[in-house]
Design a protein around this ligand. Structure first.
Ligand SMILES: Nc1nc2c(ncn2[C@@H]2O[C@H](COP(=O)(O)OP(=O)(O)O[C@H]3O[C@H](CO)[C@@H](O)[C@H](O)[C@@H]3O)[C@@H](O)[C@H]2O)c(=O)[nH]1
Length: 242
């Protein structure tokens, strides 16, 4: 039987969030399966996922990696798994409730109805819809998005969005192994490759809420990667070497 939707959640030290989140995602729709890609979280996140597997059985998948290998490679591994297993729609989502699981059905419906090939849960589609971020983080994210949009020409406001639904044909069409970015630039690269390959990106306005449990994994190297990576993507697209 063809499988419908796989939601991929990368995790690093999300023990205080993951069990509750798994339950809330499964409550949305019985056609949703979940894949957690955990990078050997020292706080035992993977053990909690295994516990939840006793309750949710084959709907809940887990890939365990040996150490913190980055958000980008976690998603690429998740995408390959989703394609191999035959899922039609593959979603990305953070583990920390910044993304509200109640928004998942709308993102999935947008792709399922043929309205978009990638439905992007956007914090900047209707002004700024972010709750509880410090001003410094808001300014950084907002200006990073203006910068990435200006250089790449991407037709979306939230280029670094990490909440989305993707039709499997997009992941097949762009060859996910080509993706090189590993931090939040991964999101820009995925959007850029999809758009350059002719797929349709549409934004769905969401409200993004700062996490209450655990900490962000943002670092200086993640910011630097985003700054230079947009230029290499643009240059590669000009020379046809993307
Ligand atoms: N497996 C794995 N997961 C990771 C890693 N680094 C982060 N994660 C997981 O990836 C998700 C997002 O990481 P956060 O560290 O919580 O991100 P954030 O600072 O809140 O960043 C948000 O904004 C970014 C920039 O706009 C977005 O790009 C990002 O997706 C997210 O929505 C969380 O589920 C976190 O556990 C890693 O190296 N490996």
């Amino acid at each position: 039987m063809p499988k419908e939707t796989l939601v991929i959640i990368p995790t690093y030290n999300e023990a205080n969030n993951i069990s509750e989140l798994i339950g809330q995602v499964f409550n949305q729709d019985e056609n949703i399966d979940l894949l957690i890609v955990d990078d050997g979280s020292p706080d035992g996140t993977a053990d909690l996922v295994k516990e939840a597997q006793n309750k949710f059985g084959e709907r809940l998948h887990l890939i365990e990696r040996s150490g913190k290998l980055g958000l980008g490679t976690a998603y690429v591994e998740g995408f390959k798994y989703g394609l191999e297993q035959g899922y039609s729609y593959i979603c990305e989502m953070d583990a920390d409730f910044s993304h509200n699981p109640d928004d998942l059905p709308e993102l999935i419906a947008k792709v399922k109805s043929g309205n978009a090939d990638v439905a992007v849960g956007s914090r900047y589609a209707k002004g700024i819809s972010i709750i509880n971020w410090p001003l410094s983080r808001l300014i950084l994210s907002y200006s990073a998005n203006l910068y990435a949009r200006f250089i790449t020409g991407l037709p979306i406001f939230d280029t670094t969005a990490g909440f989305k639904c993707i039709h499997r044909k997009v992941l097949e069409g762009i060859s996910v192994d080509k993706i090189r970015s590993n931090g939040y630039a991964f999101q820009i690269e995925l959007h850029f490759r999809a758009w350059q390959a002719g797929f349709t990106l549409k934004e769905v306005a969401i409200i993004f809420r700062e996490r209450e449990e655990g900490v962000s994994k943002m670092s200086k190297s993640i910011v630097w990667e985003a700054i230079w990576r947009v230029w290499t993507l643009k240059i590669q697209s000009i020379f046809g070497t993307l």
